[in-house]
Design a protein around this ligand. Structure first.
Ligand code: 13P
Length: 252
């Protein structure tokens, strides 16, 4: 049985003062469900404030990106040690980073290895664009992202990875995929390659999330699917009244 997992990706939203206010408002709701692994990934400048409030609550904190090098001349980047100082999780390969900041399967793979080497739990994002979807290339794209992104990872490390299937056409558009559709894509393009790479047992332990316009009104449709273990939530995770309800819907 895979433990349900729900993470908030705040993207580039909230100052530290606003983040404190939002996380404090959500806290009772977040704490009321303990059977779900709960994570908040705020912007890097607000991570210390959020992690201070969440310390000892059982709710984890993550960054939205990370460099693979230990230190050096990489202006604007965060090293694994810097992330580790405040966080247990890190989002890697988000489609917005792939689309606007030249993230590739190769850089995702380097970051993934660095995250695992520093005992950070990586949330690796995969998913196809609208154009790729309409051209019938969903399988090709997502299978490639899994095979290249998770290349040369040991079975022992693979079980720690969380994967988020986020069809890009469903992100921030209000057009969520259906539960059935997301489940089928995950089964075909994520579980099958994971089985080939790591074997049935390991592939069965890896948590796979759905992301893309998840809100409290549609979350259960995804969480009821056998291949979906939770969600990576953008817009609705900025709403103090909605995000705890999504977590509640993932309860065992
Ligand atoms: P939305 O929930 O706003 O569609 O964003 C999804 C996402 O990109 C989470 O990483």
């Amino acid at each position: 049985m895979r433990k349900p997992f729900v993470a908030a990706n705040w993207k580039m939203n909230k100052t530290a003062a606003e983040a404190r206010e939002l996380v404090s408002a959500m806290l009772p709701g977040l704490q009321s469900v303990t059977t779900v692994e709960r994570v908040i990934c705020p912007p890097a400048t607000t991570v210390p404030a959020v992690s201070e409030i969440l310390s000892g609550t059982g709710i984890g904190v993550g960054t939205q990106n990370m460099h693979w090098e230990e230190n050096g001349a990489y202006t604007g980047e965060l090293s694994p040690e810097m992330v580790k100082e405040f966080c247990e999780y890190v989002i890697l390969g988000h489609s917005e980073r792939r689309a606007y900041f030249a993230e590739t399967d190769e850089t995702v793979n380097k970051k993934l290895k660095a995250a695992l080497a520093h005992d950070l739990i990586p949330i690796v994002c995969v998913g196809e664009t609208l154009e790729e979807n309409e051209a019938g290339k969903t399988d090709e794209v997502v299978i490639r992202e899994i095979k290249e992104g998770l290349k040369d990872i040991s079975k022992t490390d693979a079980v720690k990875i969380v994967i988020a299937y986020e069809p890009i056409w469903a992100i921030g558009t209000g057009k969520a995929a259906t539960g059935d559709l997301a489940n089928d894509v995950i089964a075909r393009t994520i579980r099958v390659p994971l089985k080939e790479m790591f074997g049935e047992d390991v592939a069965g332990q890896i948590r796979v999330l759905y992301g893309g316009s998840v809100k409290s009104s549609n979350a259960a449709e995804f969480f009821n699917q056998p291949e979906i273990d939770g969600a990576l939530v953008g817009g609705a995770s900025l709403k103090a009244d909605d995000f705890p309800k999504i977590i509640k819907a993932a309860e065992l």
